[in-house]
Design a protein around this ligand. Structure first.
Ligand code: ADE
Length: 239
């Protein structure tokens, strides 16, 4: 069975959106993965089809009702082995390691939050795993879900060529990507670094690795500390 994403949202028209074109879109059309966007509102029961209500204890905004969302989750009839995720800025950070795990499985159910939040009891009762794509607040979980699905789909077998998929190792090995160049050799007075046109593949590899280390140290001290801690003791900076 191909990898599958089931999305619960109040805005199903946002899917597949950008995932309908380019790499992910081609793979979707080719049956490598599938997408089902389900409208949470379809699970509303009252005559006004209401999905939210004012927060218990007072305060601004609206909260997604536990009964409606639970009914929407149950109606999706998700196989028990599929992870049930809730996109939320207070969730577990999405990392490449987590993406790899999700891509290797059957594919998740993804609940997209809206309003000021969703009733805590449905998170608890349906054991939703909260996932954040970063420390900023989006207006809803839909764009976060698109990010998560895109990151998974590009790892599915047959989506990228074998050569390109190796590019992923760069982030997987914990360092930022080295800079890339192509023709023309001279652009506005800036030349391609000589080593890249030297034909010495060992020297090219060493230069790229040193660039990756320098970039990571300068821009991401968090990743740099982690990477250094993982290196065998007597290894030097450019090895
Ligand atoms: N919903 C709103 N902000 C979000 C974030 N940063 N990550 C995941 N879901 C979200």
């Amino acid at each position: 069975a191909p990898w599958r994403a089931t999305v619960l949202t109040l805005f199903p028209e946002m899917f597949p959106g950008p995932l309908g074109v380019s790499l992910a879109g081609r793979a979707l059309a080719g049956g490598i993965w599938s997408l089902e966007a389900r409208d949470i509102r379809a699970a509303a029961t009252d005559k006004h089809r209401s999905v939210d209500d004012t927060p218990a204890g007072g305060g601004p905004g609206m909260v997604l009702r536990a009964d409606v969302l639970a009914a929407a989750i149950d109606a999706a009839a998700i196989a028990p082995e599929r992870p049930k995720l809730l996109m939320s800025p207070r969730g577990r950070p999405l990392t490449q390691a987590f993406v790899r795990d999700l891509a290797a499985g059957p594919g998740p159910l993804i609940v997209c939050g809206r309003f000021e939040g969703i009733d805590q009891r449905v998170i608890d009762a349906r054991e939703l795993i909260e996932v954040s794509i970063g420390d900023y607040v989006l207006s809803g979980g839909e764009i976060a879900a698109l990010v998560l699905i895109d990151a998974c789909v590009r790892l599915l077998p047959g989506v990228m060529g074998k050569l390109e998929s190796g590019t992923d190792e760069s982030f997987s090995d914990g360092l930022l990507e080295y800079p890339q160049y192509t023709r023309p050799q001279l652009f506005e007075g800036r030349a391609i670094p000589d080593v890249l046109t030297s034909g010495d593949h060992a020297k090219v590899a060493a230069w790229r690795h040193a660039q990756s280390q320098a970039l990571t140290e300068a821009r991401r001290p968090d990743l740099w500390a982690e990477w250094q801690a993982r290196q065998p003791r007597e290894q030097s900076r450019t090895s």
